[in-house]
Write a protein that binds this ligand. Structure first.
Ligand code: SF4
Length: 600
């Protein structure tokens, strides 16, 4: 690995996007064998750094045509590191369905036709039966095999590389799964300093007020925070209040997780002391059945967004989406859009009524197998909206990616992040959760210069807040640290990551260097998108509903989004041209001018 590459990109997301940018020929079709699918871990993954468990996957997305990217935490990336690999780059297409087995230095491609049409959970169990429980499994389900545009990859039953269709690209390569097992050590340059930093960092996180609720309730706690801010997207963002919220609340899910026939099992990722992941183990006919506790964005997308208020239904729907290997956020967004098309007489089939859950599981299956209305749903919101004249007004997508189940009119940093994110309408490359945590103006001023940024409905200071999260998130993903951990408690700061990197690698990192590294990584992603046809004027935007319709009810009643003002401030602070392109001198400062660069 060239020293300059390590210095400029660190690893993980940094390596993966740089590799994709350098190696993928322009105009490569996402389903062509030439497309790349890259998995990468960072230098802190597999060390005992707090939440050092993150994994990034990138490709050219079949859903958006732009950067396809997702990150997750768990065990698969750590196992890859123990096998001795920072990155796996997959190109080509097998003649038949196969799986890849990585056992330390031994790498083998094996037939997988016996796994065809199997769900993710079955595939994982069957491969572990054959190879041993020591193997960690990343698998696709029927949605990936059938090229559903938002198919996902699921690691070890739970950790999802969910968004932008990574699973569809894996399916197009005829790759059903990657099984990995490693036994190598990871050495640290200065173990004593590293361990003492780890203790200091654990104490800081444990003292944060969010530590206990997140450890107990997982990200359903964030669902409560979003609800308190009036920021849930209800019935495809048509309403500001969900009267039946009690049915899907954090406490309802918690109550459903505990009882005489069931228990909640915490499942923290490698080296994490804040177990936000958990599953419910239920005894059915004497046998344990497992259901993962839904992530808050899944809860929002399969719940209030569809008007559904049954936590039990959402838990089952989440389980089925995982098993089919399909992103529940894009599925929920696509279904909500089609339901509104029916409501407004633009589509003549009643797929599902608002609030009704009777057909939900059937629709998930039909989508994964692309049957009936499911074939339409499998195309995502943007493609469907082109079929129904007049539906663009309420097509809740940006750059072709369905929005998460949050309403940016109530949380302006989230709105700006959705407009400019390098993966399309989403906030997970930023996680600006600070604004919905009821933090003080002083805390906001300390981090983002503007105290006004603490108010979720105030647009002022949001560009600065989003940029801080943008750089820090890219840094965390490149280093191999979980973003949930850092952005839920806000106790881990860029200077802490710089220290961990210094003690792990023996090279001195400063806070300024590592934030610049995050800036560089997110800029390469924008360069990739510009090369693949992104137009900032038409793509750095939000659905018309969010810009033109005031929220009709709830805590953010009367709000729209001041996108133009936030966007101008964002472009200025980022150093872009006023229409959102990259300046050559800006790229030179980041050491990014090499080969063909699209500046205009
Ligand atoms: S905070 Fe949650 S997602 Fe992140 S490493 Fe810990 S358990 Fe995993």
């Amino acid at each position: 690995m060239p020293e300059q590459l390590k210095q400029d990109y660190l690893g993980g997301r940094g390596f993966a996007v740089k590799m994709l940018y350098e190696l993928l020929p322009k105009d490569t079709d996402p389903f062509a064998p030439e497309n790349l699918l890259i998995f990468a871990t960072g230098p802190l993954n597999g060390t005992v750094a707090p939440a050092g468990a993150s994994l990034t996957a990138v490709t050219r997305s079949p859903l958006t045509g732009l950067l396809g990217i997702d990150t997750t935490s768990g065990f698969w990336g750590t196992e890859l590191k123990f096998a001795g690999y920072d990155m796996v780059v997959i190109q080509g297409q097998a003649d038949e369905l196969v799986y890849l087995e990585i056992d330390d230095d031994r790498v083998t491609i094996k037939p997988a036709d016996w796994l065809r049409r199997r769900g993710v959970h079955d595939t994982t169990n069957l491969l572990q039966e054959r190879l041993g429980d020591d193997f960690k499994i990343a698998a696709i389900g029927p949605a990936g095999e059938n090229r559903v545009l938002y198919a996902s990859i699921v690691c070890d039953h739970m950790d999802k590389l969910s968004r932008t269709g990574l699973g569809a690209v894996m399916g197009a390569k005829n790759l059903k799964a990657i099984a990995v097992h490693g036994t190598k050590d990871i050495n640290l340059a200065n173990t004593d300093r590293f361990l003492s930093k780890m203790k200091e960092s654990h104490n800081a996180v444990k003292n944060d007020p969010m530590f206990i609720p997140l450890s107990r309730y997982g990200t359903t706690e964030l669902f409560e925070e979003a609800h308190s801010a009036g920021a849930l997207a209800i019935r495809n963002n048509q309403e500001g209040v969900f009267n039946r919220i009690i049915g899907v609340s954090r406490n309802t899910i918690d109550n459903l997780s505990r009882g005489p026939d069931r228990r909640l099992v915490e499942r923290p990722c490698s080296f994490c002391i804040m177990p936000c992941k958990a599953y419910i183990e239920i005894k059915k006919n004497g046998e344990p059945v497992r259901r993962n506790r839904p992530h808050y964005q899944t809860l929002a997308s399969l719940g209030p967004r569809l008007g559904i208020s049954s936590a039990q239904t959402i838990i089952e729907a989440n389980h089925l989406c995982e098993d089919m290997g399909m992103d529940p956020v894009s599925f929920g967004g696509s279904l909500a859009f089609l339901m509104e098309c029916y409501q407004r007489h633009k589509f003549d089939q009643d797929v599902l009524e608002w609030g009704s859950d009777s057909q939900l599981l059937d629709l998930i299956r039909e989508t994964a197998f692309r049957q009936g209305s499911g074939d339409l749903l499998s195309q995502g919101v943007r493609r469907m909206s082109l079929l129904f004249p007049g539906s663009r007004e309420f097509a809740m997508e940006v750059k072709g990616l369905e929005l998460p189940g949050l309403d940016g009119r109530a949380a302006k940093a989230h709105a700006l992040a959705m407009a400019i994110s390098n993966r399309g309408g989403d906030t997970s490359l930023h996680w600006p959760q600070f604004e919905i945590f009821e933090k003080s103006e002083q805390e906001a001023e300390d981090l983002f210069v503007y105290g006004s940024a603490a108010d979720p409905q105030d647009w002022r200071g949001k560009a600065s807040m989003v940029i801080w999260h943008e750089y820090f998130a890219a840094l965390l993903d490149s280093a191999g640290i979980c973003k949930h951990y850092a952005f839920s408690a806000y106790a881990l700061k860029p200077r802490d990551i710089a220290e961990f990197l210094t003690y792990a690698t023996g090279t001195t990192y400063r806070e300024m260097d590592v934030m610049m590294l995050g800036e560089r990584v997110s800029t390469v992603e924008r360069m990739f998108n510009l090369r693949f046809g992104m137009n900032p004027t038409t793509d750095d935007t939000l659905p018309k509903r969010l810009l033109n319709e005031r929220l009709n009810d709830g805590k953010a009643q009367g709000q729209t989004i001041e996108l133009g003002r936030m966007l101008q401030e964002y472009y200025t602070l980022r150093g872009y041209t006023e229409d959102g392109y990259l300046r050559m001198d800006y790229l030179q400062n980041l050491n990014l001018v090499r080969g063909e660069v699209v500046t205009h």
